[in-house]
Design a protein around this ligand. Structure first.
Ligand code: SF4
Ligand code: SF4
Length: 903
């Protein structure tokens, strides 16, 4: 990309018009800034210009020189023509040369607007046979599940090669051969860790001819009649904006939206190729009611009457608090708002929670205590400008791939990278990364150890601490208990390394902490988050650009589900249910008496179901039979319910246990908004009609509530968006109309005309002063012993998502990682005579699974890692349901297990 950091303004004439630009800009850039279009082919704004295809030729009138405008710097006083007979002739000749070696060059399988080359051939009336001669003949490359490479359509412009290298940092695709035989050769090694291709599709998106084409797209008919819709990815919390192309209610292609605020022109394999689940045959298409153990089809009326009657019976006989609901981090803001409103106003209980309890409940609890707000303090775009990044408990490149790219970009810009993780994740291979390989569950110790060193070496920010914080002395006293020697004993991190990390972090001007479930899913998860907040405050690294404490939220709308009150202790906007004024405010708005008692959390709901105290459950879009800890216990508890209704798009493992299953529409079949990990509320379009008789979740909730005597009559999702803005202070300015563009708005947005908040706590914390917390290290509740000598830790993989209800039904993603595996260190494998591929029995105090071994030094000795996605060898059969006392998050990250080779 051209660097135009200089601010000196230049003036020149282009096509007879006086225009201005910045010194250092190319002619192409100045023309573009001034609305003058110059055709390009090998050029992309995001790539270093090469001038190779010579389509962007312009004429410098001073000496009649034809020059490539993408490489030529604009100069003060220049006179440039971008269109004349000479230029057109030269461009046409270049195009004729480009087609001269190819067979099928114009048969692009995409719409003309996206097939740039076909468009140019037409515009310049190119004679395809102007140059006769030998044509290149190469085989098509088709042996991967995502895209094809048809060399006959390739013009060797190299955009794919540069996109892979410059945008994705992979260099997985390159030119091979010489002269006439030169061709593009993509890698076909499908292993993420050993190979280099991530099947992100950046090369496919950058190809101007259709030589690289998504398999989803191929043989799907005339490309000219596709409908284009702007949507937000349904997988991770980054909230990538993308365009979905559809025809006849089917998803035919996906590409990143160039106007996307969070992801620029990048998406990952899941967003690019993983939406085919929407059109899978096994989508739930009609309501189902269980009779004598089997599901039978029912009409909506029959199913909703049954749900309404059963829930009403339970409410009348056992009270409102004997019913509980799980809302969903994959549903829209509007649906989450409505679900909690239904549970609170129609059912009369605060027993409403969702899967944030299993991932970032400790983040919300910790950051609210320390800063007054439980969200990511800074924005994704700021990460690349940090000068130090501390990543802990986040396998960023796999779980949040676009943020992973931003971290890598920061390192390329010269940032220091510190990674604290028991596993050797991909980020540790980055240049000069300092890897702190702590023992699982010892995070309070190493973070307080860093603070100890920062205090000892006088590296702390006294001004910030004095003017912006409170309770420093208590925290300082507790930090003195963590000298490096003790920290080394607890964590296994060498004291010299710890000292080095402390100095790097404390000496940074802009240090950013990124974290995820690796530090939150612990019985002391809240303490871990408080330790990160202590660390940021003692060095003044919060409240300014490119710094902060940044939880990377997991599911696409987990931030929104929390914001909109799908939590047992708060209404939307974190308005506490125990505060009388809040209760009164919502009672007035909803015209219903509300419960003042906080409700039960996810694991508590399940436990109370087991005890018979929770008798009815309504689960919308969640799959606790894979996601929750100690699955054997979860199954017993759910089976103990008097009535279970599940609303989902597929027959999940949880839906199998239900009495009634309600078919919901997917995100592509509805409208609404999602809030991404950086607090950005983004609206998206409906792309296809609901599949079968399925309905959007908000409509189902409204109809059920109305049947239960609490009418919820909304004519559109937008009406709910506006109601949210009315009752939720941090969303005040986030009306349907104001987010009706591609940028969305970042909360807090507390006035009707506010433009959103890029980073939090500037000048003042949300709670006034930032609060330090004294902390003492507590070991995980279950550590290895003679009976269970291994530590089990769990996490995500790049190609799958959560309980695999969607990615498991995506053809390509599932082919990449079709089965579960357990990572085991080579030393342990050797001592137990285990090879990769061997079947192992992994047993904890709660259950046993049989699973294939993957021998790798990514995990340290005596630790094993299992991705939590697979129901057939569910890691959560083994995990521990013990809770963090504050956030009530279970200790999913550490359990003790034993291993033996299966018979
Ligand atoms: S799919 Fe992504 S990683 Fe693979 S070759 Fe293309 S750009 Fe490179
Ligand atoms: S999974 Fe995350 S990174 Fe991938 S496309 Fe979706 S939002 Fe973007």
């Amino acid at each position: 990309m051209q660097n135009s950091t200089q601010t000196n303004i230049i003036e020149l004439e282009i096509d007879g018009k006086t225009v201005r630009g910045n010194q250092g800009d190319t002619i192409l850039e100045v023309a573009k800034q001034n609305g003058i279009e110059i055709p390009t082919l090998c050029h992309m704004d995001q790539l270093e210009p090469t001038g190779a295809c010579r389509m962007c030729l312009v004429e410098l009138m001073e000496n009649n020189e034809l020059t490539t405008s993408c490489t030529r710097p604009a100069e003060d006083g220049m006179v440039v023509e971008t269109e004349n007979q000479r230029i057109r002739k030269a461009r046409k000749l270049n195009l004729e040369l480009l087609v001269s070696n190819n067979n099928e060059i114009v048969d692009c399988d995409r719409d003309e607007a996206r097939c740039e080359f076909a468009k140019l051939l037409k515009e310049y009336d190119v004679d395809l046979d102007y140059f006769t001669g030998e044509k290149r003949e190469h085989d098509k490359i088709e042996d991967n599940p995502f895209f094809e490479l048809d060399h006959d359509k390739c013009i060797l412009c190299g955009r794919c090669v540069r996109a892979c290298e410059e945008i994705r940092g992979r260099s997985a695709i390159d030119f091979v051969g010489r002269g006439f035989e030169t061709k593009i050769s993509p890698p076909m090694d499908r292993s993420l860790t050993e190979g280099t291709c991530q099947f992100c599709g950046q090369c496919v998106d950058s190809c101007p001819t259709g030589a690289l084409t998504s398999k989803m797209r191929i043989k799907k008919g005339d490309p000219s009649d596709l409908e284009k819709h702007s949507t937000i990815c349904t997988y991770c919390g980054i909230g990538c904006r993308m365009n979905v192309y559809t025809r006849d209610n089917e998803v035919v292609d996906v590409s990143p939206d160039p106007e996307a605020p969070a992801n620029d022109i990048r998406i990952c394999s899941k967003g690019r190729f993983g939406f085919d689940f929407v059109n899978r045959e096994d989508r739930l298409k009609t309501p189902l009611v269980k009779k004598d153990g089997d599901f039978t089809e029912a009409t909506w009326n029959e199913a909703l009457d049954l749900v309404s009657n059963k829930l009403t019976d339970i409410k009348e006989s056992s009270g409102s608090d004997s019913i509980a609901g799980l809302s969903s981090a994959t549903c829209t803001n509007e649906e989450n708002f409505l679900f909690q409103k239904f549970m609170r106003a129609a059912i009369g209980t605060n027993n409403v929670d969702h899967c944030a309890r299993l991932c970032h409940a400790s983040t919300v609890a910790g950051l609210v205590r320390a800063f007054g707000s439980g969200a990511m303090t800074n924005s994704i775009a700021e990460i690349k400008n940090a000068d130090t990044i501390l990543v802990t408990g986040s396998n960023t490149t796999e779980s949040h791939p676009i943020i992973g790219l931003e971290v890598v970009k920061a390192v390329e810009n010269g940032a220091n990278l510190i990674v604290a993780d028991p596993r050797e994740i991909d980020l540790v291979k980055e240049n000069e990364c300092l890897h702190l390989r702590q023992n699982s569950g010892t995070d309070v110790a190493w973070m307080m150890g860093l603070i100890n060193i920062i205090l000892e070496e006088n590296l702390w920010d006294k001004d910030f601490v004095e003017s912006r914080t409170e309770e420093f002395e208590e925290m300082k006293k507790s930090a003195l208990d963590y000298p490096p020697e003790r920290v080394e004993e607890i964590t296994g991190i060498k004291k010299e390394k710890l000292r080095k990390a402390a100095r790097i972090y404390a000496n940074a001007d802009r240090a950013s902490i990124l974290f995820a479930m690796g530090i939150t899913q612990h019985s002391h998860g809240t303490d871990n988050v408080l330790a990160a907040a202590n660390l940021a405050m003692i060095t003044g690294n919060v409240g300014k650009e490119s710094t902060g404490v940044n939880p990377l939220r997991g599911q696409n709308n987990v931030q929104g589900a929390c914001d909109l009150g799908a939590l047992p202790n708060v209404y939307s906007g974190y308005q506490n249910v125990e505060v009388k004024e809040n209760q009164k405010k919502f009672e007035k708005l909803w015209e219903k008496q509300l419960s003042p008692d906080p409700g039960l959390t996810v694991v508590e709901i399940v436990n109370e179901a087991g005890k018979g105290n929770v008798k009815g459950m309504y689960i919308m879009g969640e799959n606790p039979m894979v996601s929750d800890p100690d699955l054997g216990h979860v199954e017993d508890c759910l089976n103990n319910l008097n009535f279970l209704v599940v609303q989902d798009i597929f027959m999940t493992e949880t839906a199998e246990l239900a009495d009634v299953v309600l078919p919901a529409s997917s995100f592509l079949e509805t409208t609404g908004s999602f809030t991404n990990t950086e607090r950005r509320v983004q609206k998206f379009d409906q792309a296809i009609d609901p599949v079968g008789d399925s309905k959007p979740d908000w409509q189902i909730i409204s109809e059920l509530s109305t049947k239960m005597g609490y009418p919820l009559n909304y004519s559109s999702a937008e009406q709910i968006t506006d109601e949210i803005a009315e009752v939720t202070p941090i969303y005040t300015g986030i009306t349907a109309e104001r987010i009706d563009d591609k940028q969305g708005l970042q909360w807090p947005c507390v006035t009707g005309d506010c433009t959103g908040t890029k980073f939090l706590h500037e000048g003042e914390f949300s709670r006034g002063l930032g609060k330090f917390h004294a902390l003492s290290y507590r070991a995980p509740m279950e550590t290895p012993d003679d009976d269970y000598p291994f530590t089990l830790t769990t996490g995500r993989t790049y190609y799958h998502f959560h309980t695999r209800s969607m990615t498991g039904r995506s053809y390509g993603l599932n082919e990449m990682v079709p089965e579960p595996y357990v990572e085991i260190n080579p030393a342990d494998a050797e001592s137990m005579d285990i090879d990769s591929g061997d079947k192992l029995e992994v047993t904890s105090r709660r259950g046993q699974i049989t699973i294939k071994a993957k021998v790798t030094d990514r995990v340290p000795s005596e630790t094993v890692f299992i991705p939590f996605h697979f129901a057939e060898a569910a890691a959560n059969k083994l995990t521990n349901s013990v809770l963090d006392p504050v956030a009530k998050i279970p200790e999913l990250k550490v359990a003790a297990v034993k291993i033996r080779k299966a018979d």
